[in-house]
Design a protein around this ligand. Structure first.
Ligand SMILES: [Fe+2]
Ligand SMILES: [Fe+2]
Length: 164
């Protein structure tokens, strides 16, 4: 993407941030790709992040369709809808359980042989998704979404994420 393209993305991002809105068609889309608990998680993001994830997911859906991705399209869309859940702030009732599990895991980690530092919203989001029993393939897509893509799905998510 050239400089002009990047500038246009910024302008669109700014405009979308001002007008972030979830339409009935978006709710249908969410209903189709996410289970009840996953939707509850989705709606805990800031409206701007919700809008961003919807835009990324709907774009991912279009490119997956255009490139004949097949049954993996649903995996990609779901990962796109949830990829930034690690940005959810604070502890809410639903997140209390998550926070508890994260705390327990970090204690286990510190006392165990493996030490791993939770870094940034990608890692945090992946842990949250894991706690909710989300498909490990999606957990990995969330965890790696700011890294150099190493799979076709990761590359498509990366491409869609960079558009909004
Ligand atoms: Fe992200
Ligand atoms: Fe993102």
């Amino acid at each position: 993407m050239g400089l002009w393209g990047q500038a246009m993305v910024r302008v669109k991002q700014f405009y979308r941030a001002l007008t972030a809105k979830i339409e009935p068609a978006d709710r249908d889309f969410l209903q189709k790709y996410l289970g009840e608990q996953e939707r509850a998680l989705f709606y805990q993001m800031d409206p701007i992040d919700q809008r961003h994830c919807l835009d990324v997911a709907q774009h991912a859906y279009r490119i997956a369709t255009a490139r004949g991705l097949g049954p993996k399209r649903a995996t990609l869309v779901k990962a796109a809808l949830l990829h930034d859940i690690g940005k959810i702030r604070g502890e809410t009732t639903l997140l209390t359980r998550v926070a508890y599990v994260l705390r327990r895991r970090s204690i286990e980690r510190r006392s165990g042989a493996k030490t791993r530092i939770l870094s940034g919203h990608a890692e945090r989001g992946a842990h949250m998704a894991e706690t909710f029993g989300i498909d490990p393939e999606i957990v990995e897509l969330i965890r790696d979404h700011h890294k150099q893509p190493t799979s076709k799905l990761a590359a498509l998510l990366h491409e869609a994420d960079s558009m909004f």
